[in-house]
Design a protein around this ligand. Structure first.
Ligand SMILES: Cc1cc2nc3c(=O)[nH]c(=O)nc-3n(C[C@H](O)[C@H](O)[C@H](O)COP(=O)(O)O)c2cc1C
Length: 442
């Protein structure tokens, strides 16, 4: 039955994914800075036997135009490393994936933080390797300029190499604790780092024991050309905002690059975004969606689209389709998700896009409708599993766990109990071997 399990990682955003969800009466999601809310959310996800909680992170306010900001609740972002650390102490089984940017950390520092979370959680940590999501983040760092996509990913690939080398510094059995001889560890089992690359120099060795998982699980969400390259060559879980045929094309492409790089099919899992609105019936779910849309500030959907596309939409006529937009510096996958939206198989007018596009992975329906969608997406090759975004946080997680998970379990598509204790175990990934050759270990 385990092979039938559809992996799901929940990606909760403070203030919810939908910009009106904070206005729901009785929502528990507005107490953003109270850890109790996050602790309860983590426990709910664990009660649902989800694979992991995946905390997004950015180094700036959510990109909503300044004049609309005060209408949204997406104004606070917990540091993902700190929040996952705290969640680790409140849970026992669920994986904890933290986003951390290569542009805003040093490899030694981040390798330590992640290794410590893996120790603290007994092997449940993951790292979502992000370069930088856009110019709004770099403006908050004195020495980081907005650099080209190619250079960001070139640096990121080297960053990951350094981090892995640091994680491999210590052999698993290096601590011998020979009290009689007075030898704490075997010096042959500690490897120097001496990394001298194009962008990073790190002497090492590392001051943290090899993580329980060998390496925390590596996640990536790049969808530009260089982003896909890094994702397919180093990522183990790849997050994609794309579903349907575009999602399948993305998955086929990254799996092809991964195979060319010598990786086995089971080494990589693509999780595509699902952002469900769940009711006991399709009608109830539709009512929830209608309520959200009715309470959305009219200009916000436009502002959100402009942020995703990286352009000002005002020059474009409302009753014509958008022209080809060329490249922008925004998240490629979200841009593709917007631009691949069709109405009756054709490119929508701008008005249709503004009123009809519900957002990546939005499915409105009963547990059976949501489960049908999930099974069909997996069947059609758009993803191996899902990154679950919450329209309202934590309400849609509670609905997912209480309504959709039992439906998936009935269909034999979701685990009833955790069968492993580590995130690698949940996802069926092997523990990576130490890169130092056996010869160097004797
Ligand atoms: C599901 C998903 C989650 C993401 N989470 C984050 C995040 O938390 N922080 C961030 O800065 N970027 C995030 N991104 C953006 C990507 O990691 C990447 O930086 C972005 O796609 C730009 O690279 P690209 O041009 O290769 O797409 C996410 C993207 C996706 C699809």
């Amino acid at each position: 039955m385990m092979s039938q399990h559809i992996p799901v990682c929940v990606m909760p955003h403070a203030g919810g994914w939908h910009q009106a969800s904070w206005r729901r009466p009785n929502t528990k999601g507005n107490d953003i800075w109270n850890f109790d809310m996050w602790r309860d959310l983590a426990r709910t996800a664990e009660r649902g036997k989800l694979d992991a909680i995946f905390m997004a992170d950015n180094q700036s306010l959510w990109p909503v135009p300044e004049h609309l900001r005060h209408h949204t609740a997406k104004v606070g972002v917990w540091d993902a490393l700190i929040l996952t650390t705290a969640m680790a102490t409140a849970t026992e089984k669920i994986g904890l994936v933290a986003t951390a940017h290569t542009e805003f950390h040093q490899p030694y520092e981040l390798a330590r933080q992640l290794a410590c979370i893996d120790h603290l959680s007994n092997g449940r940590a993951g790292w979502n390797i992000v370069t930088s999501a856009g110019p709004q983040d770099t403006k908050n760092f004195s020495d980081a300029g907005q650099i080209s996509t190619e250079l960001r990913y070139e640096k990121a690939a080297e960053f990951v190499d350094v981090v892995k080398k640091l994680w491999d510094s210590w052999e698993d059995d290096a601590y011998i604790l020979d009290q009689e001889a007075g030898i704490f560890f075997d010096p042959a089992k500690l490897h120097p780092t001496n990394f001298a690359g194009k962008h990073y120099y790190v002497e090492g060795p590392f001051n943290v024991m090899r993580p329980p998982q060998g390496y925390p699980v590596l996640a990536q969400a790049g969808s530009s050309g260089p982003g896909r390259q890094l994702a397919a060559t180093t990522g183990e879980i790849l997050f994609s905002p794309l579903g349907g045929a575009v999602g399948k094309a993305y998955r086929d492409d990254v799996l092809r690059i991964a195979a060319e790089a010598g990786r086995e099919p089971g080494d990589v899992k693509v999780l595509s975004q699902i952002t469900p609105v769940i009711g006991r019936t399709d009608e109830e779910a539709q009512e929830k969606w209608d309520w959200l849309q009715e309470h959305l500030h009219p200009e916000i959907s436009r502002g959100v689209l402009e942020a995703a596309l990286g352009i000002d939409l005002s020059p474009y006529p409302l009753d014509e389709p958008l022209p080809d937009l060329g490249a922008t510096d925004r998240i490629q996958g979200y841009r593709d998700a917007v631009l691949s939206y069709t109405v009756d198989g054709r490119k929508p007018t701008l008005r249709e896009l503004l009123t009809g596009f519900k957002g990546p992975g939005t499915v409105v329906g009963s547990p059976a409708t949501i489960a049908d969608y999930m099974e069909a997406e997996v069947e059609n090759g758009a993803g191996d599993g899902f990154v679950l975004c919450l329209q309202g946080c934590p309400e849609e997680l509670e609905d997912f766990v209480d309504l959709v998970v039992p439906e998936l379990q009935r269909r034999g598509r979701f685990r009833a109990e955790y069968e492993a204790d580590t995130l690698r175990g949940h996802l069926g990934f092997a523990r990576p071997s130490n890169q130092f050759p056996a010869a160097a270990r004797v």
